[in-house]
Write a protein that binds this ligand. Structure first.
Ligand code: G3H
Length: 256
């Protein structure tokens, strides 16, 4: 077994202090297979509170903290931005980078995403690099071109060796928050393409990178998705806001 599984909760702009409490108490007796990391990425506002509550409940080694975004600048006059140093002070270990909502709504380019991945790695944190195609790109058979164009700038920026410390989340944009999950076969086929794309640079590194699937993962479909050879867990949106459902999803993950 050489790849850990990861289940990461992306709360997006949802949740509050009450959800922090509910999640910490609900996950108190969570049952996880060996080699599984659980990560919760709340809004920046709740990071310290969640860190504190996890520690108070002796869960800090079971559940890691993640951020949903980060600046590629170290400090300075960048109103509204958050640096890696600030995230580290909140005990953050993972950072979601290049989520499709950041790319689409806030016009983050693949070049900016690559800078952010480099910044996160330089700070000793783990980036969860999100990539994925739109519905029309899938329909016009552009999926592989799009994924390659999202991955290549990151490879160019950091070099393939550093991918040993990167997590990739494949999220077909048409499956996010829509209830339209990719079939397990389609998800596996795309994950296999991503691994092969990385393997063109370095097969050993490619085999080590955890590839998460995201897009309408829920308690009913997680087991079949996570059983696929190249799916190493999930990036969970809506279902991560419900503690019972999120627990089931976490328990379905297994390292490979
Ligand atoms: O970051 C999470 C993904 O965008 C998936 O969201 P979803 O599970 O609500 O479809």
């Amino acid at each position: 077994m050489n790849r850990r599984a990861i289940v990461a909760a992306n709360w997006k702009m949802n949740g509050n202090s009450a959800l922090v409490d509910t999640m910490v108490s609900g996950l108190h007796n969570i049952s996880l297979s060996d080699n599984v990391d659980v990560v919760i990425c709340p809004s920046f506002v709740y990071l310290s509170e969640l860190a504190h509550k996890l520690k108070e409940n002796s869960l800090e080694n079971t559940i890691a903290l993640g951020a949903q975004n980060v600046s590629d600048k170290a400090s300075g006059a960048f109103t509204g931005e958050v640096s890696t140093d600030m995230l580290q002070e909140c005990s953050v270990k993972f950072v979601i980078v290049g989520h499709s909502e950041r790319r689409e709504l806030y016009k983050e380019t693949s070049t900016q995403v690559a800078h952010k991945v480099a910044t996160v790695l330089n700070a000793g944190l783990t980036p969860i690099l999100c990539i994925g195609e739109s519905e029309s790109e899938r329909a016009t058979e552009q999926t592989e071109v799009v994924l390659s164009s999202q991955l290549q700038p990151v490879i160019d920026e950091i070099g393939i060796e550093k991918f040993k410390d990167v997590v990739i989340a494949y999220e077909p944009v048409w499956a996010i928050g829509t209830g339209k999950t990719a079939s397990k076969e389609m998800a596996q086929e795309t994950h296999q393409f991503i691994r092969q794309f990385l393997a063109q640079c370095d097969a050993e590194i490619a085999n080590k990178v955890p590839l998460l699937y995201g897009g309408s993962v829920n308690a009913s479909n997680c087991e079949a998705l996570f059983a696929q050879a190249d799916i190493d867990g999930g990036l969970i949106g809506g279902a991560s806001l419900k503690v019972d459902e999120f627990s089931v999803i976490c328990s379905a993950a297994k390292g490979k």
